[in-house]
Ligand binder design. Structure first.
Ligand code: NAP
Length: 325
């Protein structure tokens, strides 16, 4: 048995003891140290059917810890390795990281670089990993010095890490936020300008003044349509989220008149090679002290209250879950 948060159709989410199975072929047992609270974890707590796809479910789309047992056929990791796993069905189609132990598929596990300790890895979590995937995609099109790069949903998990990563590479970063109280914090992460998200949230014309060399969007909806309409010739915009809306009310005009590229980002099913590249870059590009400034640590009980706050857009930065608390 292991102490875990359990979400089920028969009772409200609670901290309880949950069975741990032996790792099957291709699986490993991880002694979990930390997980984190992501937007999706908040949806899992609410038993959103698009996320909580098994019943009962231990939420937690991130697992950080040490491998303690191997199933048959596991080759790339060994007992004692410190590992991170983001997505890959955790906290959606199988038990996730809000538990002291987790049995996870080995094929998407990344062995952590020595410079990333367990709590830093969890502070990065899926949100930071997704921010890194977004930056890796964007930099195929946008070089530092080519103009301002916009980050929407700037106070959120993806947004805060994206600002820090882009600024570290020398990009001029503009943060879009609905919370002006966070302006100083967003500037501390590396944003040189901060705009009110209200300037982007109502649908405008399909082509507007060319402003951004590129953008990292986690908001979708009319915001993403406006971002595409204001991106310069040859620029690129990454799309990973739907905090405003899953609809994308745009036209082909930004694509055919300004050669703008829209780049899709998916962290859940990212192949192992891309995962490793992203974590290597996180190890060199992300300042732990910067992220610590927008990270708080909670225990399993408190994670139950933070999840809905993340979905409501009320949390700034990242929340780490220390599973032994
Ligand atoms: N594709 C993937 O693999 C992947 C991975 C991770 C996350 N995601 C998605 O990316 C999104 C962000 O995730 P996150 O973990 O960063 O969530 P988060 O911490 O809740 O951040 C979302 C931010 O979006 C802004 N926002 C909220 N409601 C809004 C609205 N109605 N209109 C405009 N902006 C709004 C808020 O920022 P301000 O207060 O600063 O405005 C909020 O902090 C979610 O939709 C999540 O599901 C996708």
């Amino acid at each position: 048995m292991t102490r875990a948060v359990l979400v089920s159709s028969s009772a409200p989410p609670t901290v309880t003891d949950v069975d741990v199975t032996d790792p099957a072929d291709g699986e490993v047992l991880v002694d979990v140290t930390y997980s984190s609270v992501n937007y999706k974890d908040g949806l899992a707590l609410a038993r959103n059917p698009g996320v909580a796809r098994v019943d009962p479910l231990v939420p937690g789309i991130d697992v950080v810890g040490t491998v303690s047992a191997l199933g048959a056929g596991v080759q790339d990791v060994a007992i004692g390795d410190r590992v991170v796993l983001n997505g890959a069905g955790l906290g959606e189609t199988r038990h996730g990281g809000w538990a002291a132990h987790a049995v996870v598929p080995s094929g998407s596990l990344v062995v952590l670089p020595d410079t990333i300790d367990d709590s830093f890895a969890a502070a990065i979590g899926t949100a930071g990993f997704t921010a890194m995937l977004s930056v890796l995609a964007l930099e195929r099109f946008v070089e530092p010095g080519s103009g301002p790069v916009l980050v929407t949903g700037a106070s959120g998990g993806v947004g805060t890490v994206a600002i820090a990563l882009l600024a570290a590479r020398g990009h001029q970063v503009t943060a879009s936020t609905g919370r002006s109280a966070n302006e100083a914090s967003l500037r501390a992460l590396g944003a040189t300008d901060v705009v009110d998200r209200a300037t982007l949230s109502d649908l405008g014309k399909p082509m507007q003044r060319a402003t951004w060399a590129g953008a990292v969007d986690s908001v979708g909806g009319a915001t993403l349509a406006n971002v595409l309409a204001t991106t310069k010739w040859g620029g690129a915009v990454t799309a990973c989220g739907l905090a405003q809306d899953s609809a994308l009310p745009t036209t082909v005009l930004p694509f055919i008149l300004r050669a703008v590229s829209l780049l899709g980002i998916n962290s859940v099913d990212a192949p192992l090679e891309l995962r490793r590249r992203a974590w290597e870059r996180l190890a060199t590009d992300l300042d732990p002290a910067l992220l610590a400034g927008v990270t708080r640590v909670v225990g399993l009980e408190e994670a139950l209250t933070v999840g809905p706050q993340v979905v409501a857009g009320a949390v700034h930065g990242r929340t780490v879950v220390a599973v032994d608390r």
